[in-house]
Each structure stands twice: as structure tokens, then as C-alpha cells.
Design a binder for this molecule. Structure first.
Ligand code: KG4
Ligand code: ZN
Length: 343
């Protein structure tokens, strides 16, 4: 049995997990800082780094304890080294390097976005590449063709705001708490998605996205209603905004899957928790004869089990890092840095 310890500290969750043979979760401890950042309406990088420093070792201890494992039982330590907040990433990377050095274990650097996709391998034992993945998180919106476990091709991404960022910004002006995605979803459930016609940026025939125009349209709608003294129908605004985001995500993802001649789509990232997105994508996949996979809610948002899963396949392929591993805040999906080939 091959055990992997995963570590994730790229944003506002400190998480450590132990998984066995790539697909079985023994423990997945997540310490969220959301309560701390909520009063600022978003993540404060300096506070995030400090909190990670305090929490990282207790969280690792807890992950080992829950799994009934000792650090000497671990084959490799996988850690997120990008993309993310540099100070936050550095805490995880430094802890992982120290543990790998002290316990003389292999070190694997993991791309956070690839980790999100791999949450699906934990949730679906039968799932195998190739597929097209839609990664929708607070920082990224990317369409990816994953040919094999270690081969990715970026088909397109957002030119400006990420889908989750748009949810969070719209929520903020509607005076909903941070992070806004789940609150918008809840409000939208009471509203009419056809009530307001917000723009859909199709950005031509490619696989790129743009959400900043939509965000501005929602702000304009709210401001002009306020100026005219009209009452704002919050649920209708939320539902119409959500539909505008989801329409574009669904259309481009299905189009990319058909053009890539794959038979399945994989949904990943925090926004994959959105049940309207899941339902709409499922309906379109059904029509197009495509399979659809998404993780359970707890594996959609940031967690170390998905990082350990990604690390397992890199470990198997001999893509190990050495102690020069460093945080790369703008690491690209599929980009390979700091690994040493198997001898
Ligand atoms: O993947 P994630 O946990 O962190 C990043 O890597 O960014 O994603 C967080 C994002 C936030 O923007 C949050 O508002 C969004 O995912 N999110 C949602 C939902 N749950 C989380 N967006 C829409 N609907 C949801 N139910
Ligand atoms: Zn994430």
C-alpha cells in the first residue's frame, strides 16, 4: 500500500490529508479561515499566511492520527506550490520540504488547479482520462483537455474575472457574506432566472471566458434601481446573474468536449458546488451523449485529499521535486517545474 500525505495552503484553507493507492481517502483535515476573513469581505493575504503558520503542523498531526499512520509510513509528500497567494503557498511548501527532508521521503510539487480536477478520481473510482475538464474556482476559470494522468492541454481560460470571483463580487455589492457563491445560489433558488437579461460574453468561437462585463451589468442594474428609488428583487438578480454565468460555462464546455471527441466532462473547483451549474450541465451532457462527473461538495472546495491524489500520479511517474521546490504564485496548468526524472 502506498500512502501519500497531501498539503494545501494556497489560499484560506489549511489542509492535510492521507490517501492510499491514489484513490482512497484515509483522512482529509481542513481548517478554514473563512470566519477570520469574512469581516474584511475577502481574503487578506498577510493574515492568511500567519494563520497557515499556526495551523499547518497541527493539521498534519491530525491527518496522520486520523489515518492511524506515522510519517514513516508515508511514501511521498505532495504539496501545492502554485497557483495561489505567495505567502500562503510558502508555508505549505516549507513545511512539506522540512517533513520530506526529516523523514527522508519523496517530495512532489502539485499544481492546485490540477488538484481540483483530481478530486474527481477520489470520488469516481472508474473515472479515467481522456476527458475535458471545466475548472471553476475563486481564482480561475479554465477549460482543459486531459489526455492522460500527467498530460494536460489548456483549451481556454478567462480573460478577466474568474467565475467564482464574479459570484463573490456580485454577492459583496448585494451585501451577502464572503465567500458569496453559496449565498447567491441560495438567493437565486427563490428567483426567476429569466427576470433580467444580463449579457453573455461569448468571446467569439474560442474557449475563452469573460465575466467582468457581466459583473458591471449587475452593478449598473443595482445602482440604477437604487437611483430611481425602485425596490430591488434580490432573488431575481441573483437567479438571472447565475444563469448568465452558467449558460456560457455550459455552452463552451460541451462544445469543447465534442470538438475534442471525448465522451465525458469533468467539473472541478469551488464553483462546481453550484447545483444550478450541475443540473444545467447534466442536461446538456445528456442531450449531447456525454458523461458528466463532479465531486461531492466537500471535495469541490480547497482540500488536501485532491492534492494528495494529484501527487500520487506524479509520484508514480517519477515526477519528484527536490528541495529547491519553491512557491510559484502564477503557475500554469500542465506546467512542469521543479521535478527530477526517475533514475
Ligand atoms: O476552489 P475554491 O475553494 O478556492 C479557489 O481555489 O479559489 O473556490 C472558491 C470559490 C469562491 O469564489 C466561492 O464563492 C465559490 O468557489 N463557490 C461557489 C459555490 N460554492 C463555492 N460559487 C457558486 N455556487 C456555489 N455553491
Ligand atoms: Zn481552489
Amino acid at each position: 500500500m502506498s500512502l501519500i500525505l497531501g498539503l494545501e495552503t494556497s489560499c484560506d484553507e489549511t489542509s492535510a490529508a492521507i490517501i492510499a493507492d491514489g484513490r482512497t481517502i484515509f483522512s482529509n483535515i481542513i481548517s478554514s479561515q473563512i470566519d477570520i476573513h469574512q469581516k474584511y469581505g475577502g481574503v487578506v493575504p498577510e493574515i492568511a499566511s500567519r494563520k497557515h503558520i499556526e495551523t499547518v503542523i497541527p493539521v498534519v498531526d491530525q491527518a496522520l492520527k486520523t489515518a492511524g499512520a506515522d510519517i514513516r509510513d508515508i511514501a511521498a509528500i505532495g504539496v501545492t506550490y502554485g497557483p495561489g497567494l505567495v505567502g500562503a503557498l510558502l508555508v505549505g511548501v516549507s513545511a512539506a520540504k522540512a517533513l520530506a527532508f526529516a523523514a527522508d521521503r519523496k517530495l512532489v510539487g502539485v499544481n492546485h488547479l490540477e488538484g481540483h480536477i483530481f478530486a474527481n478520481f477520489l470520488a469516481h473510482r472508474d473515472l479515467e482520462p481522456p476527458f475535458v475538464a471545466l475548472v471553476v474556482s475563486g481564482g480561475h476559470t479554465s477549460l482543459v483537455y486531459q489526455r492522460d494522468y500527467n498530460e494536460f492541454e489548456l483549451l481556454g481560460q478567462t480573460r478577466d474575472d474568474a467565475a467564482g470571483e464574479a459570484f463573490d463580487k456580485v454577492a459583496r455589492v448585494m451585501q451577502l457574506p464572503y465567500p458569496g457563491g453559496p449565498y447567491i445560489e441560495r438567493l437565486a433558488a427563490e428567483g426567476n432566472p429569466e427576470a433580467i437579461s444580463f449579457p453573455r460574453a461569448r468571446t467569439g468561437e474560442n474557449y475563452e471566458f469573460s465575466f467582468s462585463g457581466l459583473k458591471s451589468a449587475v452593478l449598473n442594474h443595482l445602482n440604477s434601481a437604487k437611483q430611481k428609488g425602485e425596490t430591488i428583487n434580490g432573488p431575481d438578480v441573483a437567479a438571472s446573474f447565475q444563469k448568465a454565468v452558467v449558460d456560457v460555462l455550459v455552452a463552451k464546455t460541451v462544445k469543447a468536449a465534442l470538438a475534442s471527441a471525448v465522451d465525458k466532462i469533468v467539473l472541478a473547483g469551488g464553483v462546481a458546488a453550484n447545483s444550478f451549474l450541475r443540473t444545467e450541465l447534466a442536461a446538456s451532457c445528456n442531450k449531447a451523449g456525454l458523461g458528466l462527473y463532479y465531486p461531492p461538495l466537500e471535495l469541490c472546495t480547497d482540500n488536501a485529499a485532491m492534492i494528495a491524489c494529484r501527487a500520487y500520479y506524479k509520484y508514480q511517474a517519477g515526477e519528484w521535486a527536490d528541495l529547491r521546490l519553491n512557491a510559484i504564485p502564477s503557475l500554469k496548468l500542465g506546467e512542469k517545474k521543479y521535478f527530477v526524472e526517475k533514475k
